[in-house]
Design a protein around this ligand. Structure first.
Ligand SMILES: [Mn+2]
Length: 288
């Protein structure tokens, strides 16, 4: 069956041929071909959002299912101050276009966009909204997909501290641009100050390893093989007591996503490889 895509400014720039479960794309502009992609913490509507990079990444993506694992729209930041440049709209439009053009898009709201949680179970312009989801990998493993803030002790017990942290984080992101420039001038190695400070604050407040371990424990309790989450802005994949913990990172600093290839392999991908200048690692460019 040919799923030809109509015109319009937001339509994908190539025809998609659907043949059973296989998706073949004839245009070379779609270069990341995989079964499922998970991304989170894009924080659209905040100054931290790397909208241009995200748009470039989505433009090269061809997947059957796209999970938006929370903190996609930063409602907290928008409530403080309205910030919505054009490229933020372009990202949102691109996501809806993907849903329209045959990608199954599942949005699981996080704490920054918890306002959408009451819409759980609804479908808006093709995007399914869920509180959480059980993902079945190609090899049959079942994984819990959730943003993860429910398992963050700081977020759960002291939400005011968490929103203060969010505000500080945003200021730090701006400040770190200046500091990194100074470090470069002084010949020092650049480091992401805000990422480091965020981790440090979390460690002080909640104990370093409690978050992934709580999530892993929840997955184990439900007899699932793993968990896929976001929230910490720290891309990671590791086994915790027999449960696979996958954190897809964020699109503020690490620009990362988790994907399952057509061969059924779970991998973290670095979005920085997929900006317009960089063609990305070859393994994902092979036709599926
Ligand atoms: Mn979050």
């Amino acid at each position: 069956m040919i799923n030809s895509l109509g015109g319009g400014p937001t339509a994908l720039p190539f025809p998609v041929y659907r043949d059973g479960a296989e998706t073949k794309v004839t245009d070379t502009r779609a270069e990341i071909r995989c079964r499922t992609v998970f991304l989170s913490d894009t924080h659209i509507g905040s100054r931290g959002c790397k909208a241009n990079e995200l748009r470039a990444f989505l433009g090269r993506l061809e997947c059957e299912t796209l999970y938006l694992v929370g903190d996609i729209i930063d409602v907290w930041a928008l409530r403080r101050k309205w910030y919505w440049p054009r490229n933020h709209s372009q990202v949102v439009r691109k996501l809806f276009a993907m849903a329209r053009n045959g990608t199954r898009v599942i949005f699981i709201p996080g704490n920054h966009d918890e306002a959408f949680r009451c819409l759980g179970g609804l479908r808006i312009r093709g995007v399914e909204i869920r509180r959480e989801h059980i993902y079945r990998c190609r090899d049959g493993r079942r994984m819990l997909v959730c943003h993860g803030d429910e398992y963050d002790p700081v977020q759960k017990h002291t939400p005011w501290l968490s929103s203060l942290g969010g505000l500080l984080y945003e200021w730090l992101l701006r400040l770190s641009v200046v500091i990194m420039k100074l470090m470069r001038l002084a010949g020092l190695r650049e480091r992401s100050l805000s990422a480091w400070l965020k981790r440090w604050i979390k460690r002080v407040v909640s104990g370093a390893r409690s978050y992934p371990e709580r999530l892993a424990a929840e997955a184990r309790r439900r007899k699932l093989k793993g968990v896929i989450c976001g929230h910490t802005h720290r891309p990671e994949m590791r086994m915790i007591d027999g449960v696979l913990y996958c954190n897809d990172g964020d699109w503020v600093e690490s620009l990362s996503a988790l994907c399952e290839t057509h061969a059924g392999e779970l991998k973290l991908i670095d979005g920085k490889d997929w900006t317009d200048e960089c063609p990305g690692p070859t393994e994902f460019r092979k036709a599926a």
